[in-house]
Design a protein around this ligand. Structure first.
Ligand code: GLC
Length: 750
């Protein structure tokens, strides 16, 4: 055997020298598919199997003999994780891996701006490429089913259309750099509680209408090269090797030609790992899910157990060749791509992008004229709250980052008003932890004063101030926007609600900034002068917030999820719905998605339940007037495709003129909701089916043109397993939020 390798190596060496017969798989001028077809038969069985599973915490084997490189993965969705030790979650202590921390994805979703998403993807893709990573483990697009979801901050909100529209540019931007986006966590993984032992029981209509569309868009429109299976089960099978989800839907119905990667420790079964659509197994045992045997990498499910099955005939090579082909395709798309990619890291452009995105995602929820801030020279601004100073790029779970710098809101406000006195008062003590996986912010957040003293000091400092801002919220610690734990409620922790009420009683024009990645209740919203939803904005979080508070940037963010008045108002009413129950004779916890498609605003709007701030809500320092919404067609056929009208159009186009009638430039997210005619199947009273962000100079007008393909009108008929469009008169609602409808029109489906 060894002699063959030596001869083969000699042939390559000679051919490579005279360049006349470079093997096809090494020839960058050949197509990816030609290179895959040429490489596959060159691999031994052992080499194919070795590619299927991790060799370290974040890498898997290439084919050294043939010069085919290893595959290196990295977290996370909003920045490149610091290098870790070979088989350890802790950082390795390198000194060249402090990254640009971009905003968390709930902030990106709040921009409702596809261009921002492309900028985000390109920037983070450049950082991954520069750090020589081939697979970015993100973005996450799991739907916010419950406001308690621990990783809501990493995802793109409660609506499948918004998440789908925002994930596509991100994926394309990343992959332009020869880095695979690995869209996660597939699928119906909408909580952290018992995420590795809960079976999500979801009917097909709900699955196809709510929980799959963002992944479907990432694959079909974004061309994602990788998908990460989720820890949970769906319909009784673990999703890292779920036949229906991976083989039938993802690879079958959607034609996915990329790689399915397990979540770290998500692969649970030797035989299912072979037959049910998994291509790369990572993290088995090494995240504490189960006790690891010695030499655990060779004992992975797709390692020696697979070799054994191939040797004794229990497994054929069909699945093996498919898996290996997909991995080779990944390699020829990334590290061996024909065009050279070099990326860039910690560039001024990336920090500028982070600042722009974080500002564009900031949501002005309420403003009684107290914003933008105006502090005269010699004036006094009082800032109260721990989140004004606490650095939060560190923490939160696998998306934890080591960044070159993180500007806090207080630092940015001090920069913004150099000739005023900017005073900070703690107000409350939240979480004093400052490190995660041995990444530390270097801060000392210790505090000796008792709560009453903190309140008294804050009230005293506020006296006579030109403006007072409370900056609080959550902080990515346990049960507060943190992987592996869900929130316990949506009330603010650390007594912040009472503190805000007390401050508001003394300071009627109090400005409140809530920094969180998920919905919180705001019972005091009616008692303060302004409310701003800030996010985990990354390295430039402070500058971005100050840009909005000072008016340097006119806020244009819109909520990607509903802010309910209370958790009890939501659709999850029973334990079986959340967090799940144990049932006789069933090994795993069972969680029933009984609410069906009525998630988020679909629930609140359909049940006429008042909310604190609705989905899609966000104010500006200017104002916008809408003209009448006009549809390009008065009717469409419900059977088959929409057909092509005289203009050659196969979609309905809805246009609306919008004028910026205020005194400053701004941006408005024009939203389009459809309302189906009454029928046999209960449907949400409204569903988001289009949006466009218009940037308009003061006094100027623009036109939003929103396209409605047939799918926009369709519901999923689970029995027939197809999308169907119901006839009748449909309402088209166009507005500034799901509750602020400015114009309606209608269209007949015949
Ligand atoms: C984690 C997360 C996943 C992450 C992976 C590697 O458990 O669920 O999002 O990419 O493991 O850190």
């Amino acid at each position: 055997m060894r002699k063959i390798y030596i001869v083969l190596a000699a042939v390559f060496a000679v051919s490579a020298c005279n360049n006349s017969t470079v093997p096809v798989y090494l020839d960058p001028s050949r197509s990816v598919e030609e290179r895959v077809a040429d490489a596959l038969p060159r691999l031994t069985i052992e080499e194919k199997v070795a590619m299927l599973h991790a060799q370290s915490k974040f890498s898997s084997r290439g084919v050294p003999r043939l010069g085919i490189p290893e595959v290196w993965c990295t977290d996370g969705p909003h920045g490149i994780r610091p290098e870790v030790l070979w088989d350890d979650w802790n950082q390795a202590g390198w000194t060249n891996d402090s990254c640009t921390a971009f905003p968390a994805l709930s902030c990106l979703a709040a921009t409702w701006d596809r261009e921002m998403s492309l900028l985000f993807g390109r920037s983070i893709g450049e950082e991954a490429r520069y750090r020589k990573k081939d697979v970015l483990l993100g973005p996450g697009v799991n739907i916010c089913r419950t406001p308690l979801g621990g990783r809501t901050f990493e995802y793109m909100g409660e609506d499948p259309y918004l998440a789908g529209q925002m994930v596509v540019p991100y994926v394309k931007g990343v992959q332009e750099n020869g880095v695979a986006a690995c869209v996660k966590h597939f699928a119906v993984n909408n909580q952290e509680v018992r995420r590795t032992s809960t079976n999500s029981v979801v009917d097909d209509r709900t699955l196809y209408e709510i929980y799959l569309p963002a992944f479907e868009a990432a694959v079909k429109e974004g061309g994602a090269w990788a998908i990460m299976g989720s820890y949970n089960l769906w319909n009784g099978e673990f999703n890292c090797h779920n036949h229906r989800l991976l083989n039938e839907i993802l690879k079958g119905e959607w034609g996915f030609d990329g790689v399915v990667i397990s979540d770290w420790g998500g692969c649970r079964d030797d035989d299912q790992a072979i037959t049910n659509g998994l291509d790369m197994e990572y993290g088995t045992w090494t995240n504490g899910l189960r006790g690891a045997p010695s030499d655990s990498y060779n004992n992975y499910h797709l390692a020696n157990p697979y070799l054994q099955r191939l040797a004794d005939g229990r497994a054929g090579t069909k699945e093996l060749d498919d898996k290996a082909s997909r991995i080779l395709r990944l390699i020829f798309r990334t590290s061996m791509a024909p065009e050279a990619h070099y990326g860039s890291f910690n560039s001024p452009e990336h920090y500028e992008a982070a600042r722009r995105i974080a500002a564009a995602g900031t949501v002005l929820l309420k403003n009684d004229g107290v914003l933008p801030l105006s502090i005269p020279d010699g004036g006094r601004l009082v800032v109260i709250g721990e989140n004004a100073v606490k650095k939060m790029v560190v923490g939160g779970g696998s998306s934890n980052l080591k960044t070159k710098y993180e500007i806090t809101p207080l630092e940015a406000l001090q920069e913004a008003f150099p000739n005023a006195e900017v005073v900070w008062e703690r107000g409350y003590v939240g979480n004093v932890e400052t490190s995660y996986n041995r990444v530390s912010t270097g801060q000392d957040l210790s505090e000796s004063r008792p709560a009453p003293q903190l309140l008294a000091d804050a009230l005293s400092a506020a006296e006579g101030a030109d403006a007072v801002i409370f900056i609080g919220g959550l902080n990515k610690s346990a049960n507060q926007d943190n992987e592996s734990t869900d929130k316990l409620d949506i009330t603010l922790p650390y007594g912040q609600d009472a503190l805000i009420e007390t401050l508001a009683a003394a300071i009627p024009e109090l400005i409140v900034v809530n920094i969180s990645g998920s919905p919180v209740a705001m019972p005091w919203a009616g008692k303060v002068g302004a409310v701003v939803q800030g996010w985990y904005g990354g390295s430039e979080t402070g500058h971005a917030l100050a840009d909005v508070l000072t008016g340097a940037v006119n806020p244009s963010g819109k909520l990607p999820f509903t802010l309910p008045c209370s958790l009890a108002d939501g659709p999850l009413k029973t334990e079986r719905q959340y967090p799940g129950i144990q049932e006789e004779g069933k090994e795993w916890w069972q969680e029933y998605y009984d609410e069906g498609v009525f998630v988020g605003y679909r629930w609140y709007a359909s049940r006429d339940i008042p909310v604190c701030f609705p989905f899609g809500h966000g104010l500006s320092y200017t104002s916008f007037e809408y003209g009448p919404a006009k549809a390009s067609r008065s009717s469409v056929r419900c059977s088959g495709s929409f057909g092509v009208d005289e203009g050659g159009e196969s979609v309905v186009k809805v246009s609306v003129d919008v004028r910026n009638c205020g005194g400053r430039d701004g941006a408005e997210v024009v939203q389009l909701y459809l309302s189906a005619p009454a029928g046999d199947v209960e449907r949400p009273v409204i569903e988001l089916k289009g949006f466009e962000k218009l940037y308009l100079e003061a006094g100027k007008s623009g036109k939003a043109v929103l396209e409605l393909p047939r799918r926009a009108f369709a519901r999923f008929d689970a029995d027939a397993h197809r999308w169907v469009v119901d006839p009748g008169t449909w309402s088209i609602l166009v507005g500034s939020s799901s509750e602020d409808i400015r114009s309606t029109t209608e269209i007949k489906v015949i």
